[in-house]
Ligand binder design. Structure first.
Ligand SMILES: C[S@@+](CC[C@H](N)C(=O)[O-])C[C@H]1O[C@@H](n2cnc3c(N)ncnc32)[C@H](O)[C@@H]1O
Length: 253
C-alpha cells in the first residue's frame, strides 16, 4: 500500500480493490439500491448504469438484455470487467455528462450516490441532459442523493467510523473516514483511509454535494424530465422531509 493524493478513491487501483469489500452486495447491510434496481430492470430490454463503479449491479442484470456501464474511473471498470458476467456488459470509460452513445435505454440508473459526485448545478444539468438523450420514450430513470436535512455526514467522523476490513491481499486493515462540511456550497469533503499492519496509511480525500429536494426538483424540471415518484429510501417508502434519501423515479416529459 502506498499513499496517494487527490480524489484517488475511485482512480487508484488499491482503493478500487477495497470498494466491494465495504460496499458490495455481500457487505454489511447489503445493497437495497441494487435490489430495487434489479426489480425495475426485470421488464427492461436495455439498461444504462451511470457511474457504475465496480459494476456489480450491471453484471448481475446482464443476462438476456443489453447493459452498458459507464464510469470515468478506469480502476473501477477494471474490477467490473473481471467480475462474473462482466464480459456480458459493455463498459464505457467516461463521465456521464460526456456520454453520447446514439442509442436509448428502457432504464437508466445511477446508484450508490454517484449523483452526489456532481458538484455544481451545471454538472447536474449536464448529466440530466445525458439521461434525456439516452432514455427511451417509455423508459424510466432512477438515482439517489442523500437528504441534506438529515446530516448523515455527521456520522462520518473518525471516532464514529473506525472499523476493520479484511482485504484478500493486505489482510486485516484498520479503516476510517473523516469529514468536513461547507454549509455555503453543501459540499462535504471526506477522507477515506486504510492501513494494513506495518504499512503506511493509504488515504484519500473526495468531495460530494448534498442538494435539497426543491433544488433538485428545479434542476430536473429544467432538463425536460418528469418525476413520477419520489422515494425516501430504497425500500420504496415515499419521500418526506426527514427521509434519508431523495430518490426520483422519472421519465421524459
Ligand atoms: C460511490 S461510487 C458508486 C458506484 C456504483 N454505482 C455503486 O452503486 O456501487 C461513485 C462512482 O461515481 C463515479 N463518478 C464520479 N464522477 C462521475 C461522473 N461525472 N459521471 C459518472 N460517474 C462518476 C466514480 O468513479 C465512482 O465509480
Amino acid at each position: 500500500m502506498s499513499g496517494t493524493g487527490g480524489e484517488a478513491i475511485y482512480v487508484d487501483p488499491t482503493f478500487a480493490s477495497f470498494y466491494d469489500l465495504e460496499n458490495g452486495d455481500a457487505a454489511e447491510g447489503g445493497r437495497p439500491d441494487f435490489d430495487f434496481c434489479r426489480q425495475m430492470a426485470a421488464n427492461a430490454a436495455s439498461v444504462l448504469d451511470l457511474g457504475c463503479g465496480t459494476g456489480e449491479l450491471a453484471a448481475s442484470i446482464a443476462a438476456g438484455r443489453r447493459v452498458v456501464g459507464v464510469d470515468p474511473a478506469a480502476a473501477m471498470l477494471e474490477v467490473a470487467r473481471g467480475r462474473p458476467n462482466g464480459g456480458q456488459v459493455t463498459w464505457v470509460n467516461c463521465g456521464a455528462a460526456e456520454l453520447d452513445l446514439g442509442e436509448r435505454f428502457d432504464l437508466i440508473v445511477m446508484t450508490g450516490h454517484a449523483f452526489q459526485t456532481l458538484l455544481t448545478d451545471q454538472d447536474v444539468l449536464d448529466v440530466l441532459s445525458a439521461i434525456r438523450r439516452h432514455l427511451a420514450p417509455e423508459g424510466r430513470f432512477i438515482f439517489d442523493s442523500r437528504n441534506p436535512a438529515v446530516d448523515e455526514w455527521k456520522e462520518w467522523t473518525r471516532e464514529k467510523s473506525e472499523r476493520t476490513v479484511l482485504h484478500p491481499q493486505f489482510g486485516v486493515c484498520a479503516a476510517w473516514n473523516d469529514v468536513a462540511y461547507d454549509a455555503q456550497t453543501g459540499i462535504v469533503t471526506y477522507e477515506t483511509a486504510y492501513q494494513a499492519e506495518g504499512r503506511p496509511v493509504l488515504s484519500s480525500f473526495a468531495r460530494i454535494r448534498f442538494i435539497d429536494r426543491d433544488h433538485l426538483d428545479r434542476l430536473i424540471a429544467a432538463s425536460g424530465l418528469v418525476v413520477e415518484r419520489l422515494l425516501g429510501d430504497w425500500q420504496g417508502t415515499p419521500y418526506e422531509a426527514r427521509s434519508k434519501e431523495i430518490i426520483p423515479v422519472g421519465r421524459l416529459r
